[in-house]
Design a protein around this ligand. Structure first.
Ligand code: NAI
Length: 261
């Protein structure tokens, strides 16, 4: 990583290796393709082996170097081997994108069970932390710095009725981002978050299709809800690249104004 960004070439990820979780569909898939377009080699992982294999094919079709592997980020014991695998396949990781995430199946804080709560925290918060640790240790050992991007949510900044575990996990991920940024800044490991607003993905399709829910989200989002995941690519490339060498502990909100009120 260079010391000072200069011009548009600072956005290039040529020669960099990125690891993306939850990359089989939705935001993770589009971010993987976007990082590749900026020049990165990309290791894509997902709990779903079929979809992530397809994304690796898409990356290769776009002339990117790519590798894919099943990784359930809730399985703590699988994280270190997956990071070691990515480095064997594509070389030392420079960029980690913690994207995999899940939400409640029932939107009622009286109804959510301990098991559901634990599972959401395991995927949305513990997994990303362990990935930060596994990648962070390697970046620290090599001494060349690096960039970690945690995909949080606008719901990590504001509350939402019926989403106790999701909002807690994303709020936790944001403050984890700040803590690791402080701790690892002396090693030039930058840790930032992106807080997306309502994006159209398989994860949100039911909300887009339900007229009442859709109207509520449209009303809450000044620039309009349910934009495409491509809206997030610029933010991810910026945070991954030398264009942001002096940016750490930041939450880049890309939410159409959802949290502006
Ligand atoms: P999605 O549900 O469409 O895709 C998520 C991907 O993660 C899927 O490929 C799924 O197989 C994978 N995944 C699920 N559990 C996993 C696990 N345990 N280990 C590894 N992979 C796993 O979701 P979407 O919308 O693309 O969301 C991606 C991230 O962005 C999530 O962290 C989500 O919370 C966040 N986000 C999404 C917003 C939206 O409106 N779509 C808004 C704000 C944040």
């Amino acid at each position: 990583m260079t010391e000072t960004p200069s011009g548009l070439s600072a956005f290039s990820l040529a020669g960099r290796t990125a690891l993306v979780t939850g990359a089989g569909q939705g935001i993770g898939r589009v971010l993987a393709l976007g990082l590749a377009q900026a020049g990165a080699r990309v290791a894509v992982t997902d709990v779903n082996g079929e979809t992530v294999a397809h994304v690796a094919d898409e990356l290769r079709a776009a002339k990117a170097e790519a590798a894919h592997r099943v990784l359930d980020v809730a399985r703590s014991e699988d994280i270190e081997p997956a990071v070691a695998w990515a480095e064997r396949e594509l070389g030392p990781i420079d960029v980690l994108v913690n994207n995999a995430g899940i939400r409640e199946r029932v939107f009622d804080s009286f109804a959510i069970t301990a098991a559901d709560f634990d599972q959401i925290l395991a995927v949305n918060l513990r997994g990303p932390f362990l990935l930060c640790q596994a990648v962070g240790r390697r970046l620290a050992e090599r001494g060349g710095g690096g960039s970690i991007i945690n995909i949080a949510s606008q719901l990590g900044l504001v509350g939402m009725a019926g989403r106790p575990a999701y909002t807690a996990s994303k709020g936790g991920l944001i403050n984890l981002t700040r803590t690791l940024a402080l701790e690892w800044a002396p090693r030039r490991i930058r840790v930032n978050a992106i807080a997306p607003g309502p994006i159209r993905t398989p994860h949100t399709q039911a909300r887009v299709s339900d007229p009442a829910t859709n109207a509520r989200y449209q009303d809450a989002t000044p620039l309009g809800a349910w934009k495409e995941p491509e809206e997030l690519v610029g933010a991810a490339v910026y945070l991954a690249s030398d264009a942001s060498t002096w940016v750490t502990g930041h939450v880049l909100v890309v939410d159409g104004g959802f949290t502006a009120r």
